[in-house]
Design a protein around this ligand. Structure first.
Ligand code: PMP
Length: 388
């Protein structure tokens, strides 16, 4: 297996080795301790600050007291608790669907949904910037899949007109995780109707953030009921862990029976499920959190734009600061860490070549004075690196 060592040393030589994690020594929140230093964290998907919420933690601990720490089996055997069903009820109510099904992660939800639904009779039309778990689901399904240019509706229509199969699935992220832009779901719905295609939306980053009561990107566009399969995660705005599918009953029953990542894996532990249930209540009952998140993000973006940074127009808390050059991006991130700010550098293959970036994500929990400090350091370092 000499070639494995060779590949690893090449990665190291080219500064592409990923394995030296920054280890947090404190809870996941707006400020964290890394290597004994307090750092402002601007890369987390903990958008609403719920990972370390007192009530969420209490609900989780009570579930441990009552049910223990492990589920002990798959949902289909011995691992299904009343809590899992309660969570599914809540998700289906938020999404306005007939039913929901909880998976262990968003990754497993994408894998399980697409693998169960599609086979060689299907053609899958996939946005070029879709999350890796969607691609992996497509590969696992054995379906033919085509990637259309990012959010390019002409390309999607062209591909559907020319390469349609017996059954067709259009799958897109609601919010794109590395760019923070949103898919034009209103237009995708129109196109899908014309071609009688099933639509699936991965709303990992929109759930809890956009739309009525945080219902997500489809709700933001007013097309919730037109999306056939809603997929999402409980690991971002919800602050816990888990994935879901929300849809009509027959789809959900089908996934229960055929999604291998659902069938062959131990269920989520009761503590995580209880945390998600409490967090969803908080999201519903405290709309100010979401409002603060969107206000913080908007204000921060405007400040960076005024400084001359290249920032796309988006309505989400994900703010990519495009640097381009990989080395420069790493250097930017390193210098900010020295100033006690952690913003991850994102490089190919996660993003296209030449578009390396700092991926900033704002949360509702960030104090504006801390964000002001970050803006000031971004300005100084950005100038030093010749970016503005
Ligand atoms: N879809 C998208 C768009 C994501 O960004 C992610 C997580 N990065 C996932 C799916 C996977 O979700 P999870 O982390 O819950 O596995």
């Amino acid at each position: 297996m000499e070639y494995i060592n060779e590949i690893l040393s090449n990665l190291k030589k080219n500064n592409k080795y990923r394995g030296e994690f920054k280890k947090l020594q404190s809870p996941q929140k707006e400020k964290v301790v890394i290597d004994g230093r307090e750092i402002i964290l601007l890369g987390s998907n903990n958008y609403l600050g719920l990972c370390d919420h007192k009530e969420v933690k209490k609900a989780s601990m009570e579930a441990i007291e009552k049910y223990g720490v492990g589920a002990g089996g798959s949902r289909l055997t011995t691992g299904s608790y009343t809590l899992h069903s309660m969570l599914e009820e809540k998700i289906k109510d938020i999404k306005g669907t007939q039913k929901a099904l909880v998976f262990n992660t968003g990754y497993m939800a994408n894998l399980g949904i697409i693998q169960a639904l599609c086979n060689k009779d299907w053609v899958i039309f996939c946005d070029k910037y879709n999350h890796a778990s969607i691609l992996d689901g497509c590969l696992l399904s054995g379906a033919k899949f085509l990637r259309y240019r990012h959010c390019d509706m002409d390309d999607l229509s062209y591909k559907l007109e020319n390469f349609k199969g017996k059954c067709n699935l259009i799958v897109t992220d609601g919010v794109f995780s590395m760019d923070g832009d949103i898919a034009p779901l209103d237009k995708i719905v129109e196109i899908s109707k014309k071609h009688n295609a099933v639509i699936m939306v991965d709303d990992a980053h929109g759930f809890g953030v956009l739309g009525k009561d945080g219902a997500g990107t489809a709700s933001y566009f007013g097309v919730n009921s037109e999306i056939h399969i809603h997929m999402g995660t409980l690991s971002k705005a919800v602050g816990s862990i888990g994935g879901y599918a929300a849809s009509e009953e027959y789809f959900i029953e089908y996934f229960k029976n055929f999604s291998r990542s659902f069938i062959f894996s131990t269920a989520l532990p009761p503590s995580s499920v209880a945390a998600s249930i409490k967090a969803l209540d908080i999201i519903k009952n405290e709309p100010l959190r979401r409002q603060r998140l969107l206000e913080n993000s908007h204000r921060f973006k405007m400040e960076l734009k005024n400084l001359g940074f290249k920032i796309p127009d988006t309505v989400t808390p994900i703010i990519p600061v495009i640097v381009g050059d990989e080395e420069k991006t790493l250097e930017f991130s390193r210098q900010l860490l020295y100033d006690r700010i952690y913003i991850p550098a994102i490089r190919p293959p996660t993003v296209p070549k030449g578009s390396s970036r700092l991926r900033i994500s704002i949360t509702a929990a960030h104090a504006w004075e801390d964000l002001e400090y970050v803006i000031e350091r971004l300005k100084t370092t950005g100038r030093k690196l010749g970016l503005i």
